[in-house]
Design a protein around this ligand. Sequence first.
Ligand code: SAH
Length: 228
Amino acid sequence: MKESAAERRWNPEDYHIARRNMVDRQIKGRGLADPRLLEAMRRVPRHFFVDEAQAVQSYSDTPLPIGRGQTISQPYIVALMIEALELAPTDRVLEIGFGSGYQTALLADLAGEVFAVERLEPLFRKGRDNLARLGQGNIHLKLDDGTGGWPEMAPFDAVIVAAGGPRVPRPLLEQLGPGGRLVIPVGPTTALQKLTLITKAGPGRPADRRTLGDCRFVALVGRWGHRE
Ligand code: SAH
């Protein structure tokens, strides 16, 4: 009898191979070369961050639904955004919209401390449980509208926003330290967004704003984002 995709189960070695192929084809193959990032992506088990029925698709070149109309971002987009942050092992990072927690786990692998905010409670809980399985000790989670940032924990060396808003929320810029990097999808609608990288002036770094490309993220909803 032929098994359906949902019934098929992989063993740990299958996931390992799928993950290596994902990094080689989707990430390295498209020109991202930061060795620390590639190593982190080979390490973090993306299949921990989707529902069990989708585990065999978790290394595919696509976003996947995680509930409440939200998605776990495509691996390449996650890599592109993280590479743009130029993370050092001691950096403090603010992440808005942690959803499944996959990107959070990668950030925690590459930086010093990660402060991650999610506004939808069911996803907050699920993401928190997903991350608990990995046992990384440098992750701090908050259930809140992340467009206001996390002022008590500022300044941050890097800020990453995984949902698209009409503009860059001012609190996020204010909470970025000198020389800090902020990456966020910006556009009038979710269909028309530019992945934007902002660098704050700091020692040896001029202020800069540039576009990394077109993108399509779910809506950043909140005080400094889209209306509900
Ligand atoms: N990085 C996540 C992306 C999830 S999709 C992953 O790969 O799994 C984007 C997430 O942003 C959703 O979970 C959504 O609920 C969240 N979000 C949208 N607006 C937000 C806001 N103002 N504050 C915090 N989270 C927000």
